[in-house]
Design a protein around this ligand. Structure first.
Ligand SMILES: Nc1ncnc2c1ncn2[C@@H]1O[C@H](COP(=O)(O)OP(=O)(O)OP(=O)(O)O)[C@@H](O)[C@H]1O
Ligand SMILES: [Mg+2]
Length: 503
């Protein structure tokens, strides 16, 4: 075995205009090693990954692979050196099938023509090899977010890389899917000496699957320690630069005497899973959670409430008026319902527009002055207020949202929905990709908004979030509500027991 490290990064910096995003980063990866990269939103983790993947060119510094100085930019150079990258923002062609995407750029040919049959065969073989279950002939656009992520992972794995970089690979995967993924890459590390770098906000995952943890803070690489010798508190300290505040549960209220804002009566559908005779209500000031594994039916319920899913029979009582379901998102929004979708890139934000425009997009009509012209001052003020509430990290209100770090994009998404001052707020996975500190801030803000009277329905597959944030928690499994937890009965153990249908 060569004594040189697999990958060595020396004194890398990245500057955009007048902002230094990474400064003087030095990092080493050995063969067969799995390194977790952690840090707060905007710390520079994705920028670092993109430099290693050749997507971003460093302003300064040197990179060595097997002891040889290399240039990894652009991506085809990185690929040449055996580096595969699974980015935070998925890059796929929606109109193509899974197989076509996995084999993109290397479609197999037969007699000079692309052979679809061969492509499907090879992709299925790869999927099987890595234990990924997916219909390879489906179009990408028809897949759920988590499955898209799996395809992206399959694409990288099938390239036989020596270094695999994963930027928040499990943000939209369930616990089981995450475990499978790590089992898969763990095997590659052990058996094929592949080096793995993964960015994560999930501490449990860091402790379970990494050999070493590297911490970024404000664009600097501030710590690198063997995972075994480290602990939660130390890592948080490195991340924040100070100790963490206590994370008390912020739930506790009872809905007695409070007005019911929304009530779902006898909801049923013929989907997968099948929902039958589901009833649910959310009161003023109350945060109700729907918790379960992906595909438990909670998403369908949320989409039904906001007018995105109309294949449901049943009634909706909204603000005392009994009616059928809303027929469109617009109708629901006009009635006073705001919706935070699970996929901020696809349904939520317009990445090439500014922070300000994204924040006010849904309320532009209210931003008109008497001459029916856009009142810029009003627009700016609203944006400033909301970004301050979420402690948004950005360079200016005119910066495009695509330039913000993932967690900060999520904050803009939340701001844009709160701009509506809704009576009912429906959220799916509100803190996806958000760091530990910001997560606490978001939970606090959601509580503050509830305290102002908003009714909140939140779909989450994050058990900690479910317990901490929600006053009442409905546990779902296969389209059924398995139980309702609140107060003393609301524990992680009980929630997980009900969600898994186990005794
Ligand atoms: N093209 C760009 N132009 C200007 N600034 C940028 C650009 N790309 C990234 N940045 C800035 O660099 C900083 C680091 O961003 P990066 O995406 O690396 O953070 P991160 O650690 O991955 O955060 P998160 O956990 O939220 O994903 C952020 O402040 C971001 O706004
Ligand atoms: Mg990132």
């Amino acid at each position: 075995m060569s004594p040189m490290p697999l990958l060595e990064i020396r004194n890398i910096s990245k500057v955009y205009g007048s902002t230094t995003v990474l400064s003087d980063v030095t990092f080493t990866l050995e063969r067969g090693e799995t390194v977790a990269v952690i840090g707060q939103n905007g710390a520079g983790k994705s920028t670092f990954s993109k430099i290693v993947a050749g997507v971003v060119e460093p302003t300064e510094g040197e990179i060595y692979v097997d002891g040889e100085m290399v240039s990894l930019y652009p991506p085809r150079n990185a690929l040449k050196h055996g580096i595969a990258f699974i980015p935070q923002e998925l890059a796929y062609v929606p109109e193509l099938t899974v197989a076509e995407n996995v084999m993109l750029g290397r479609w197999p040919k037969k007699n000079g023509r692309v052979s679809h049959r061969e492509m499907v065969r090879q992709t299925m073989e790869q999927a099987q090899h890595f234990g990924i279950q997916i219909d390879v002939e489906k179009k990408m656009s028809q897949l759920k977010l988590a499955d898209k992520q799996l395809v992206e992972i399959l694409k990288a794995l099938s390239k036989r890389a020596r270094i695999i970089l994963l930027d928040e690979p499990t943000a939209s995967l369930t616990d089981n899917e995450s475990k499978n993924l790590f089992r898969m890459v763990g095997r590659l590390a052990r058996e094929e000496d592949v080096g793995i770098i993964y960015v994560s906000h999930r501490m449990d995952e860091v402790f379970q699957f990494s050999d070493r943890v590297d911490v970024f803070r404000n664009g600097r690489h501030v710590a690198s320690e063997p995972t075994r010798g480290s602990d939660h508190e130390t890592l948080i300290y490195h991340m924040l630069g100070h100790k963490k505040e206590n994370l008390d549960s912020i739930a506790s209220r009872s809905n007695r005497g409070r007005k019911c804002v929304v009530e779902l009566c006898n909801w049923s559908n013929n989907g997968i899973p099948t929902i039958s005779n589901l009833n649910l209500s959310v009161h003023e000031g109350e945060i109700v959670g729907l918790f379960g594994v992906r595909g438990c039916g909670a998403e369908t319920i949320a989409e039904g409430v906001v007018g995105l899913n109309t294949d449901i029979s049943g009634e909706l009582v909204f603000e005392g008026n009994t009616r059928l379901l809303f027929k469109s998102p617009r109708e629901a929004q006009n009635a006073g319902i705001a919706y935070v979708p699970p996929d901020r890139k696809k349904q939520g934000l317009v990445l090439n527009l500014s922070v300000q425009t994204n924040t006010t997009l849904l309320v532009l009509r209210k931003m008109l002055n008497r001459l029916r012209m856009l009142d810029f001052r009003k627009e700016r003020k609203l944006t400033q207020n909301l970004s301050a509430r979420f402690n948004l990290k950005y360079q200016g209100l005119w910066q495009s949202v695509g330039e913000l770090s993932g967690g900060n994009q999520q904050k803009v998404l939340l701001s844009s929905r709160l701009a509506l001052a809704p009576k009912l707020l429906v959220l799916q996975e509100p803190t996806r990709g958000v760091d530990i500190g910001a997560r606490l801030e978001i939970h606090r803000e959601l509580r503050a908004i509830a305290n102002e009277g908003t009714a909140t329905l939140v779909v989450t597959s994050d058990i900690e979030e479910a317990i901490i944030l929600c006053d009442r928690l409905m546990i779902m499994r296969d389209g059924q509500v398995m139980g309702e937890l609140s107060g003393e009965t609301k524990t992680q153990q009980e929630a997980l027991r009900l969600a898994s249908g186990g005794a």
